[in-house]
Design a protein around this ligand. Structure first.
Ligand SMILES: O=C(O)C(=O)C[C@]1(C(=O)O)C=C[C@@H](O)C=C1
Length: 261
């Protein structure tokens, strides 16, 4: 077992390996959410009625808030890789401590894009991964959303670790831009276009492989049009290209700007 504070091998290779594994979690979670239609009432604060009782929360907000409180008790947020959506409603953990490695600069605590993730996932991406309709399965729908949101948040906030690995690799390159608080220069330094392209093409492929119907006697991945897959691979490609990767880069920049504080 590691001692607290002992440094671990945070390298570009190790952080990319983490991001690659997170792709599986994200694609699977989207497939699970796409099992249900849009189910709009789950997102409508008026559905639960009685605003005094639920503070005008939607079913999804209530579900995530309460589930996070249970997971906090079980120690989920003791690991700095995990960030809750409703931190003000956290109770402290009942689980005995585990010495999670603390690899980030203290300024990492100031980097948090949970609100943006929440809004843009629900308003922008959810309508693209679900079909129109309402089947009444609001609780399983909320449970599926929570898993999507957690996986997306973990991946995007992992930008803090990616940035730390890059900084440790070449502190002198970053220091000039950090001292100048130059966002554009930092963005340039941390961008690898070839890598982004590979990530986008790989998640599209994962959506095809994980989201196909498996039929005995037929070769897997016969291919076909988007409707043959449980979640549209082209949407997953765009989700990454237009959102997940840019958000991860934004997290990296925000972290690096504070890296010398
Ligand atoms: O792999 C990296 O170097 C990252 O910084 C991660 C990531 C991504 O989000 O996938 C972001 C920026 C880079 O341009 C390439 C990929």
């Amino acid at each position: 077992r590691r001692l607290r504070g002992e440094s671990t091998a945070l390298t570009l290779e190790s952080v990319r390996k983490f991001l690659t594994r997170e792709e599986d979690s994200i694609v699977f979670s989207l497939i699970e959410r796409a099992k249900y239609p849009r189910n709009a009432p789950a997102y409508d604060p008026s559905y639960l009625g009685s605003p005094a009782k639920f503070h005008g929360l939607s079913l999804v907000e209530l579900f995530v808030r309460e589930t996070e409180a249970v997971q906090a008790k079980a120690g989920r947020y003791e690991n700095p890789v995990e960030i809750p959506f409703f931190p003000r409603h956290m109770t402290s953990t009942l689980a005995p401590p585990y010495d999670f490695p603390n690899e980030l600069h203290a300024a990492a605590a100031a980097v948090n894009v949970s609100g943006t993730i929440w809004r843009e996932y629900l308003d922008g991406w959810l309508p693209q991964i679900t079909s129109q309709g309402d089947d009444g399965n609001y609780a399983p729908t909320a449970a599926a959303d929570l898993v999507c949101l957690q996986a997306l948040s973990r991946r995007i906030h992992y930008g803090r670790y990616v940035a730390e690995a890059k900084y440790r690799d070449a502190p002198q390159d970053y220091n000039t831009a950090i001292r100048a608080q130059d966002r554009d220069a930092l963005m340039k330094l941390l961008t690898f276009e070839g890598q982004e392209d590979a990530v986008k093409r790989r998640v599209e492929e994962k959506a095809k492989v994980f989201g196909q119907d498996v039929t005995l006697g037929k070769r897997a991945d016969g291919g076909g049009n988007a409707t043959d897959y449980k979640v549209d691979p082209v949407v997953v490609y765009r989700l990454y290209g237009d959102w997940v990767i840019p958000m991860t880069k934004m997290v990296q920049v925000e972290y690096l700007l504070r890296r010398l504080d």
